[in-house]
Design a protein. Structure first.
Length: 550
């Protein structure tokens, strides 16, 4: 039968309502399913957490060796060595000898760890074989340790410090000690021969001794001549000994490769820092230094071993008052220089203010072959040194420029003034009158104690005075009176003057070494403190004698 319009409308409304109810039910079902899944995941998490909290603890052990099959391994747990299985999920390539491994309750390897980062530090004395080393343990006992996997091909050397596990007897990692790393200067010293003033003759001598063998090795071979093994630079302090040693390293670097493609290693050894209170420790460090030098030299790198303050280490044997450490240190150096092991491509340079205190065995030919005295600068040398520090690009006062067409001329005139002021034999420059045992007398001036360091300090003093003048008065530039005051201050304060309690030092400086000094008459006092400028006298009989030098 035919439905009426009213019935059709009601049917459509009922259908739309059912569809809406069905859609709402689907949404509620989806939300309920999501809630159930979340609840299931949370329940699983709680169960897993409960399982982990109730499971027995795992152990950590140290892997000793892995079976060839990869399914078993030897480990040390609590000091006991045992054979355990390896879980299938653990890759054999992840297992490294000496590393930590995680063991389950059933003593099965289920995970891997890293190498221990702490432990005792010992020094490698020698290699037993490719995987074992002999070390010096505490108490001066010798023990054998096994190299961890990471150390086998790490370039470990004799003398290196390594961290060891005394329970498992494994050497785990290398420790870089400052005493070793500070010796190897990767950067070549930035000092050239042109930076050194007043030492042209000495620089020529050291070039002949050091650079000729590297420039013309074929000629040395042809003539059967061997390069010198060592050089001694001696003389008063502050005259450029250390600067020359640095310039040697710089020059060798430039000559052994274009644009320094190859390095020169400069091992700077300060004598007092090398001394150690423990017996044999200083000798060990000396062996280590030369072992490093030979290692770098064998790779084709020139090596300069520079001993500053050499007399502090290698004093004449038998002269020690509180200890006889020099009786073992000196032979150790002699063994390193001309012992059985060759010392090729290595140059030993020593610097000393008291060469008379160095053991004669070190100074003989075949060891420190070349001996170069670094003299105090004369007037010409002082002018050359001034030119290194007082240049035309510095700010000069207008009074300095007066009468000169260029800054270079003005600086040259200022340098001449400084040199004349320092080296004039005028009464104001007289310092001491020395009386010798033979009755002769000699007046020494301040210029007799001049040094390159002193000249450098004079220029620095003048520059500081110029800065203070600029801040106080607004006048810019270096003036002549700045240098006049700087020279006067340096003469009265500089620390290079000998101590009056050792009057024989005056004989050394005056060039009359061997003459006994009997009387000192001081010609100058410090006027900057208001003291009168009148002579005073020192009677040598009242001061400590020095029988070693007279």
């Amino acid at each position: 039968m035919t439905e009426t319009p009213t019935e059709m409308k009601r049917l459509r409304e009922d259908t739309a309502s059912l569809r809406q109810q069905l859609y709402s039910a689907g949404k509620r079902n989806e939300a309920l399913s999501k809630t159930l899944r979340t609840a299931r995941d949370e329940l699983n998490r709680i169960k897993e957490e409960a399982r982990r909290l109730t499971e027995p603890p795992n152990n950590w052990g140290t892997l000793i060796a892995l079976d060839e099959s990869g399914v078993a391994a030897d480990v040390i747990v609590g000091g006991r060595r045992m054979r355990v299985a390896v879980a299938p999920e653990v890759e054999p390539t992840q297992l490294r000898a000496g590393a930590d491994v995680l063991l389950s309750e059933g003593l099965v390897i289920i995970g891997t760890g890293t190498f221990a980062s702490v432990g005792s530090v010992v020094n490698v004395r020698e290699f037993v074989d490719e995987t074992r080393i002999l070390v010096g343990a505490p108490g001066d006992d010798e023990q054998v340790f096994v190299l961890a996997a990471d150390l086998i091909d790490s370039g470990l050397r004799v003398g290196d410090a390594v961290v060891v596990d005394t329970r498992t007897h494994y050497a785990l990692q290398v420790v870089e000690k400052p005493e070793v790393s500070s010796l190897l200067l990767e950067e070549v010293p930035d000092i050239t021969y042109s930076d050194i003033g007043g030492l042209a003759d000495q620089i020529g001598l050291i070039k002949d001794a050091v650079e000729l063998p590297f420039e013309h090795p074929e000629l040395y071979t042809e003539h059967g001549l061997k390069p010198p093994k060592g050089i001694l630079l001696y003389g008063p302090p502050g005259c450029g000994k250390t600067l020359i040693a640095k310039a040697v390293a710089n020059s060798l670097a430039d000559r052994t490769g274009e644009v320094r493609a190859r390095k020169t290693y400069f091992l700077n050894i300060k004598g007092p820092e090398l001394l150690d209170k423990y017996v044999g420790e200083t000798e060990r460090q000396l062996r280590l230094i030369f072992a490093r030098a030979r290692e770098k030299a064998s790779a084709g790198f020139p090596v300069v071993v520079f001993f500053d303050e050499m007399e502090s280490l290698f004093r004449t044997r038998g002269t020690g008052k509180s200890s006889d450490v020099e009786t073992t240190i000196v032979p150790q150096l002699l063994t390193e220089i001309d012992g059985v092991e060759q010392l090729d491509n290595v140059i030993v340079i020593g610097a000393s203010n008291r060469e008379d205190l160095i053991d004669p065995a070190i100074l003989r030919p075949g060891r420190l072959d070349v001996k170069i005295r670094i003299e105090r600068p004369d007037a010409d040398a002082a002018r050359d040194i001034f030119e290194k520090y007082l240049t035309a690009d510095l700010p000069l006062h207008t009074s300095v420029h007066d009468g000169h067409s260029t800054p270079a001329e003005a600086v040259s005139t200022l340098i001449d003034f400084c040199v004349d002021r320092m080296y004039s034999q005028s009464p104001e420059n007289e310092f001491v009158e020395v009386s010798y045992a033979d009755g002769s007398k000699e007046v020494l001036h301040f210029s007799d104690f001049a040094s390159g360091a002193m000249i450098h300090n004079i220029v620095d003093r003048a520059k500081k005075s110029a800065i203070k003048s600029l801040l106080d008065t607004g006048e810019r530039g270096l003036r002549r009176d700045h240098f006049e005051a700087a020279i006067a201050e340096e003469f009265s304060e500089h620390e290079d003057l000998p101590n009056t309690t050792n009057p024989d030092e005056w004989a050394r400086i005056s060039g009359r070494k061997g003459e006994r000094v009997t009387h000192l008459r001081m010609m100058h006092l410090d006027t900057t403190r208001g003291a009168p400028t009148v002579p005073y006298e020192v009677d040598v009989a009242e001061v400590r004698p020095n029988s070693d030098l007279v």
